[in-house]
Design a protein around this ligand. Structure first.
Ligand SMILES: CC(C)(COP(=O)(O)OP(=O)(O)OC[C@H]1O[C@@H](n2cnc3c(N)ncnc32)[C@H](O)[C@@H]1O)[C@@H](O)C(=O)NCCC(=O)NCCS
Ligand SMILES: Nc1ncnc2c1ncn2[C@@H]1O[C@H](COP(=O)(O)OP(=O)(O)OP(=O)(O)O)[C@@H](O)[C@H]1O
Length: 203
């Protein structure tokens, strides 16, 4: 099964592009969803996070306090590495499970992996090509602040925790520019989809 990694900085528009790809018929493994799945109430993932981050990590309803953990890890690289050390192995396991399900169950010839941290974790060796969703710095900051109701400082801390877009651009085979209107993004996605179908058919 041909694997396409889809990545991009926070609030670059990955989910927006994923909805367009799904409309076109793509199967997509969404790593943010899997990252939430491994810390559902009652999981060993959440128990490990609670052991490392203390009682404040869990809310009264038993779910992980994402705002609290986010506030800690995006301001402290060591704490972020600690969280990743707990969650990444669990997320990798779930990715493999999902890939097997799509390969054997849906019998698809290709799959997209929506993976925000693809380059940060050097996952490019495990995919056949990488698509990058790109926005310029001011647009990213503005969209992130608007979507998450973050202050400028909170938004900048999250952006700083990731690899800069220029570095990611140099490592990607396809770049989708999401600075413009959604219709312009959709046009690029459709054009790249057609090229991808050619590549897959040619083997
Ligand atoms: C820190 C947490 C609790 C913050 O939760 P929150 O609901 O605010 O954000 P959410 O999970 O929706 O992620 C939003 C975006 O933040 C960025 N982000 C998330 N984790 C990280 C990280 N470890 N390093 C850099 N950026 C990150 C990504 O661009 C992601 O798309 C959460 O992101 C988390 O559990 N992160 C660790 C797991 C992880 O790395 N997931 C992302 C890749 S699979
Ligand atoms: N072309 C666009 N024009 C205007 N707003 C947009 C455009 N594309 C995305 N947005 C908005 O920008 C925000 C970020 O987009 P989206 O959620 O798709 O990004 P993401 O890369 O999936 O984010 P994350 O990394 O946090 O999961 C959303 O509020 C979305 O509605």
């Amino acid at each position: 099964m041909y694997r396409i990694g889809l990545t991009g900085g926070i609030a670059s528009g990955k989910s927006t592009v994923v909805s367009m790809l799904r409309e076109l018929g793509a199967s997509v493994v969404d790593c943010d969803v899997l990252a939430r799945d491994v810390v559902r109430p009652g999981t060993k993932g959440l128990a490990a996070v609670a052991a490392a981050f203390g009682p404040k990590a869990i809310r009264e309803d038993g779910t992980m306090d994402r705002a609290y953990i986010g506030g800690v890890v995006f301001n402290d690289a060591e704490r972020k590495a600690e969280l990743e050390g707990i969650l990444f192995p669990l997320i990798y396991e779930r990715i493999d499970e999902e890939l097997r399900r799509i390969d054997e169950g849906e019998k698809k010839s290709f799959v997209f992996l929506d993976m925000p941290l693809l380059f940060e974790i050097e996952y490019q060796a495990y995919v056949d090509e990488v698509w990058l969703v790109c926005v310029d710095g001011p647009t990213q900051l503005e969209r992130l602040m608007a979507r998450n109701h973050f202050s400028r400082e909170e938004a900048e801390a999250r952006i700083r925790a990731q690899m800069p877009a220029e570095k990611k651009r140099a490592l990607s085979q396809v770049v989708i520019d999401n600075n413009g209107a959604l219709a312009q993004t959709e046009e690029q996605v459709r054009a790249q989809w057609a090229l991808l179908m050619d590549r897959i058919q040619r083997g």
